[in-house]
Structures are given as structure tokens and as C-alpha cells.
Ligand binder design. Structure first.
Ligand code: HEC
Length: 190
């Protein structure tokens, strides 16, 4: 073996051993709250697909004891718990849970190859979405949070009320007028 290769391998092995000494926290603090699960089935599906990152009942796999994999696992669990934690009173973004599953964001795709139990069949996925909606509700953005632009009002699927219709007409008239105004100005300049 070439000398440089031998020393490189020794160096890599040395670094691997050394990084094992960097402390990593794998915590499972006490469970102080339980969501009002709509059914045992929802809880079971969530246990399979979500609990490891969104509860204090994380099953820490063997590779979570080996750096650098341990860094990735603890990062996902800590971030997951920060966003949505079913083991505490303030559960966080629970009202986004159903949507996260529906859109395929959750469970995280990196999690699936090593957790076959979290791979839900289409029927199970559907049952989980319905169960999460019943248990946690869904996010309803207050309409005042971000005032919709006139354009989005026109294409928004919101029910067309008398008010929105007149708004739309007013807006259309206004934009038409300003368009003409611009033209007028241009013509004037030319
Ligand atoms: C491997 C760990 C992991 C698993 C398993 C997992 N999550 Fe997450 N989850 C995360 C992380 C990390 C975040 C924060 C990610 C971000 O904001 O980019 C997150 C964020 C969320 C959020 C906050 C809103 C959002 O979209 O950012 C919700 C709700 C959520 N997850 C629901 C679920 C549900 C429901 C399941 C089970 C079907 C699940 N998660 C499975 C790690 C996980």
C-alpha cells in the first residue's frame, strides 16, 4: 500500500474515533401531556410514523450512538420536538400535522429507509390524515393575517359575496382607469 494512503486511512480512523467523544444528548424528558386522540388507530399510526421525532417517547436507534449519524438524528429529533411535540401541553404546530402528512412532508423521507414501520400504505396514510385532523384540527389562517392582494381576490376560491363582487368591480374599474391614465400620459409625452 502506498504510504500516503496508509496514513490517510489512519487519520480518518483517528478522526472517527475522536468525534465519538463529542457529547450528544439523547433525551426523553417526562411525558406531561397526552393529545386527545380521536381513536387508538390514529395514535398507533402516529406512533409508527411520528413519535420518534415529535414526542418524548423517542426510540433511539443504535446509529444514534455513533457520530456523525448521531448528530443528524439528534438534530432532527430536537427540531421536530420544537415544532410539534405531543408529549407536552403546548404542542406547537399540531394543526399542521394533517397537512404535513397529506403533502408528503412528513414523516421525513430520510427516516423511511431505516424505519419500514413508518412507511404507511395509502389507506393508512388516509386514515392518519383524517385522524390527525380530528385530533388536532387544521390550520385556518386568519384572513386578516396577510391582506390578500386584489389579484388574489379575483382568483381566490373564497365564496363570492356581494361585497367581494363590488370590490372586484371597483378594482377592475380602477385598474382600467389607471391603465388608460398611463396611456394618456404616454401619449401626452410623445
Ligand atoms: C425523522 C424525524 C421526523 C419524523 C419521523 C417526523 N417528523 Fe415532523 N418534523 C421533523 C422536523 C425536523 C421538523 C422541522 C422541519 C422544518 O421545519 O423544516 C418537523 C416538522 C413538523 C411539523 C411542523 C410544521 C412543518 O411542516 O414544519 C409538523 C406538523 C410535523 N412535523 C408533523 C409530523 C407528523 C404528523 C409526522 C408523522 C406522520 C412526522 N412529523 C414525522 C422531523 C420528523
Amino acid at each position: 500500500m502506498k504510504t500516503w494512503l496508509k496514513y490517510s486511512l489512519i487519520a480518518v480512523a483517528g478522526i472517527f474515533v475522536l468525534i465519538q467523544f463529542i457529547p450528544v444528548e439523547r433525551t426523553n424528558p417526562p411525558v406531561t401531556a397526552n393529545p386527545p386522540w380521536d381513536s387508538p388507530q390514529t395514535k398507533e399510526l402516529a406512533r409508527r410514523a411520528c413519535f420518534d421525532c415529535h414526542s418524548h417517547e423517542t426510540k433511539w436507534p443504535w446509529y444514534s450512538y455513533v457520530a456523525p449519524a448521531s448528530w443528524l438524528v439528534t438534530k432532527d429529533v430536537n427540531e421536530g420536538r420544537q415544532h410539534f411535540n405531543i408529549s407536552v401541553e403546548k404542542m406547537g404546530e399540531a394543526d399542521e400535522a394533517a397537512e404535513a402528512v397529506e403533502k408528503g412532508f412528513m414523516p421525513m423521507s430520510i427516516y423511511l429507509p431505516l424505519h419500514p414501520e413508518a412507511q404507511l400504505t395509502p389507506e393508512e396514510k388516509q386514515a392518519l390524515i383524517i385522524g390527525l385532523t380530528k385530533t388536532f384540527g387544521t390550520e385556518k389562517r386568519p384572513s386578516t393575517a396577510t391582506p390578500p392582494s386584489p389579484e388574489s381576490q379575483i382568483i381566490s376560491p373564497a365564496p363570492v359575496t356581494e361585497q367581494s363582487r363590488t370590490d372586484y368591480k371597483k378594482h377592475k374599474e380602477e385598474s382600467e382607469r389607471s391603465e388608460h391614465g398611463e396611456h394618456g400620459e404616454k401619449e401626452h409625452k410623445e
